[in-house]
Design a protein around this ligand. Sequence first.
Ligand code: CMC
Length: 427
Amino acid sequence: MSNKAILEVNGQKHEFPTITGSENEVAIDISSLRTATSGVTTIDPGFKNTGSCVSEITFLDGEKGILRYRGYSIEELAEKADFLEVAFLLIFGELPSKEELDKFHADIKSESIVDDDIRKIIDAFPKSAHPMGVLSSLTSALTAFNPSSVNVDSQEDMYKSVVRILGKFPVLVAWAMRKKQGLPLDYGDNSLGYVENVLKMMFKQPNEEYVQNEILVNALNKLLILHADHEQNCSTSTVRIVGSSHAGLFASISAGISALWGPLHGGANQAVLEMLEAIKADGGDTKKYMSKAKDKSDPFRLMGFGHRVYKNFDPRAKIIKVTADEVLNDLGVEDPILDIAKGLEKEALTDAYFVDRKLYPNVDFYSGIIYRAMGIPVEMFTVMFALGRLPGWIGQWREMRLRKEPIGRPRQIYTGSTHRPFKSVAK
Ligand code: CMC
């Protein structure tokens, strides 16, 4: 295969190199385009055809439904790994040895105290505040409490900032939920595993001993792993672009949380459950909602369906569907919403509109059903997504800084007024 691409602009031919990734993906390197063509640029709304970086972290093949972190398949990791092992893998590139993992966990635990003054900020939020808004604000507030920016040339500084955010973030997650429920804000238990500690911080009642439930621990461990990275999605690209201005890690993560919140991205998990509830309340008529989703004059979309990259199936959705069945079964929960979800999926998979557009259930379609069975409130679903995505955001931010990538600054094609004289308002 040729390793160059020829582009003809205004009658002149220009040659650009191509680069090939380790999975044989090919890209045309247009980094010299503007110089070679005296200022011609490219336009690609939604970056549907644009690679923003080269990355060694996550590979996904949307046609074949493949997702791998650092070469390891998502199926194997979800089945066999621990969330913290996956976090280490994503951030540092290799699975940790037992000693490395123990040290990593100990270092995270040593950073698990959040400045107590953060409570005053939480107190200022009304109980009605959405936990994603609270989480984004608190993560941003941590910047003010940890002002020094990361010296990326220092391995030690870099490592310190990584364990710091991994230690403090679950506390903020738990506090965002407890604030909503009017429960006292507390710190974690350093004798527990990362996932066990998250559950205890979220669910511990002030007047009861918290008893761990292995079914919940395993389910959450799996869900966090499935959400841990997804290459250059909207929130990750946000983290990378904010970080590219050398803003601190916490500030970059806070921006990523805001990007994740939208219903077309991570916010879809909350939107799916609300949609399924609405269908149930409306008599469970899935056909009516299928028609609405296909009607171009109706803004309704089937939430939890479709994906920018997956055009065959979302491998995470496959795993989550099986997990939803298992968790509900193990917990002895019967949820009619699961039947509505399965009914919708069945119809969509044979419907010409969905088949032609390659719209399949995505990661968010079944995850909310599991979260609900675990006792997690609907408004916390996207917060749980953020907790899972944290190591991916950190790993991508770290990669971008270590590669010394330039500040992200796209171009535009201006279509506004050309030069015109100013007229004073008096005239
Ligand atoms: N329901 C009905 N029609 C849809 C849907 C849907 N969920 N998704 C896409 N379409 C149609 C869309 O109207 C368009 O039709 P046409 O070609 O006739 O104009 C066609 O399919 C292509 O859609 P698109 O919006 O151009 O595709 P996109 O790649 O820009 O958007 C998406 C991808 C995920 C934003 C979109 O599929 C969507 O809005 N899905 C619902 C929200 C959702 O579940 N988001 C979670 C994504 S997975 C988790 C994550 O990464 O955050």
